[in-house]
Design a protein around this ligand. Structure first.
Ligand SMILES: O=P(O)(O)OC[C@H]1O[C@H](O[C@H]2O[C@H](CO)[C@@H](O)[C@H](O)[C@H]2O)[C@H](O)[C@@H](O)[C@@H]1O
Length: 365
């Protein structure tokens, strides 16, 4: 028996995270005690799990609302104590540098909300020329990967840097830069990893159904991210969210091999395989020759729940640093924080400056 349509919350992915699973879902271990400060509690795991019938839609709606909760004055206080536990990566720069001694830094960067600001229209989430320059410089000194929920081609069109690794579709489509070729597919293109290939026809079918079902809801947008789909509701009036949630559920309930997760004002539909941004990070480390190595310092910067899988991998490996981009306190497996994409750019530039000057010092010797 499957737990089709049973809704469980995923303690791995942040305080307001819910995974709407259509197949048995196994929540990962909770983070070690004492690591996190208290953050506003959401619906408890039990409450959500025991929901049935229409309540499932209610739980989905609760989670949709939680994806952008209104600011409260108490949050300033919360932020102050949260920052003690997740200090700014800019303030901790020297510590990060000293941890990298004798190690190769590898940079992993999420796209939306990390390299580009969150905007209403997903097709207009451009990064600035300055940010592109910062990423280009970073890749000159450190192997650099973009890890995004978007399909690889689309995120490449935004970033436009061929020297990077790209892991699109939440890590389900990984490609190396031309000069780092490892594997080739039949078309002579470099593809490192596509663990959800068999789902392509299903994803296409679901995409068409979702477009059809949601077309009467103004502002709703279904984005085809090749191995997964996004249903955006940022521009949908809140009074129509119930209708949207029902329409999405009416499609996904027919596909027990897919699961429904949630990002920032977006419902994401993806294959129920054990693959996520954390697995992509591990795969890339292995491809780069650092599978069981101590000579590496991975740094992963991201803003979303899906990035928590990568933060957790780093924490479990006891290696490198996760950096959460957020202005608000969130339960996270990341060690450090940055407030917004601009600070991400400052951080990257500082890293590049440090590397340049240490190389110059070395050359002068
Ligand atoms: O892993 P990411 O690179 O962060 O991708 C996650 C989703 O990002 C995009 O949606 C988000 O950004 C949009 C543009 O700022 C915003 O309008 C939307 O509300 C956000 O959820 C992207 O469009 C999705 O497909 C990705 O899954």
């Amino acid at each position: 028996m499957t737990n089709q349509n049973v809704i469980v919350s995923d303690p791995r992915s942040g305080f307001d995270s819910s995974v709407f699973s259509f197949s048995p879902a196994v929540p990962g271990p909770l983070p070690p005690p004492g690591r996190f400060i208290a953050v506003p509690a959401k619906k408890s795991f039990k409450n959500i799990e025991s929901a049935a019938g229409d309540h499932r839609i209610t739980a989905l709606l609760d989670s949709m609302r939680a994806s952008s909760p209104p600011r409260r004055s108490s949050e300033t206080e919360n932020l102050k104590s949260w920052i003690v536990h997740h200090p700014s990566a800019l303030d901790m720069f020297e510590e990060i540098i000293s941890a990298s001694k004798g190690k190769q830094i590898i940079m992993f960067l999420d796209y939306d909300g990390t390299l580009s600001p969150i905007v209403d229209d997903p097709d207009k989430a451009f990064m600035t020329a300055e940010m592109r320059e910062a990423v280009r410089d970073t890749a000159k000194y450190f192997p650099t990967a973009i890890v995004s929920g978007r399909c690889r081609a689309k995120v490449f069109n935004f970033v436009k840097l061929s020297e990077l690794y790209y892991a699109g579709s939440h890590g389900m489509d990984i490609k190396a830069p031309a000069k780092g070729r490892k594997h080739r597919n039949g078309n002579n293109q470099t593809v490192l990893c596509q663990p959800a290939r068999e789902f392509l026809p299903m994803i296409d079918e679901v995409y068409k159904s979702l477009v059809e079902k949601t077309k009467s809801i103004p502002g709703a947008k279904v984005e085809n991210n090749k191995f997964c789909l996004s249903v955006h509701f940022r521009r949908v009036e809140e009074k129509r969210w119930t209708e949207l949630a029902e329409q999405v559920k009416s499609v996904t309930k027919e596909y027990p091999k897919l699961r429904l997760t949630q990002g920032r004002k977006v419902l994401e539909i993806r294959p129920s395989i054990k693959w996520d941004k954390g697995k992509a990070l591990e795969f890339l480390l292995e491809s780069l020759g650092y599978a069981n190595s101590n000579d590496v310092l991975p740094i992963y910067i991201g803003d979303d729940r899906t990035d928590e899988d990568a933060f957790k991998v780093l924490r479990d490996r006891g290696q490198g640093f996760g950096i959460l981009v957020s202005k608000a306190p969130k339960e996270t497996n990341a060690s450090y924080s940055l407030q917004e994409p601009l600070e991400v750019m400052y951080f990257l530039n500082r890293l590049v400056e440090w590397k340049r000057s240490s190389l110059q010092r070395y050359q002068r010797k």
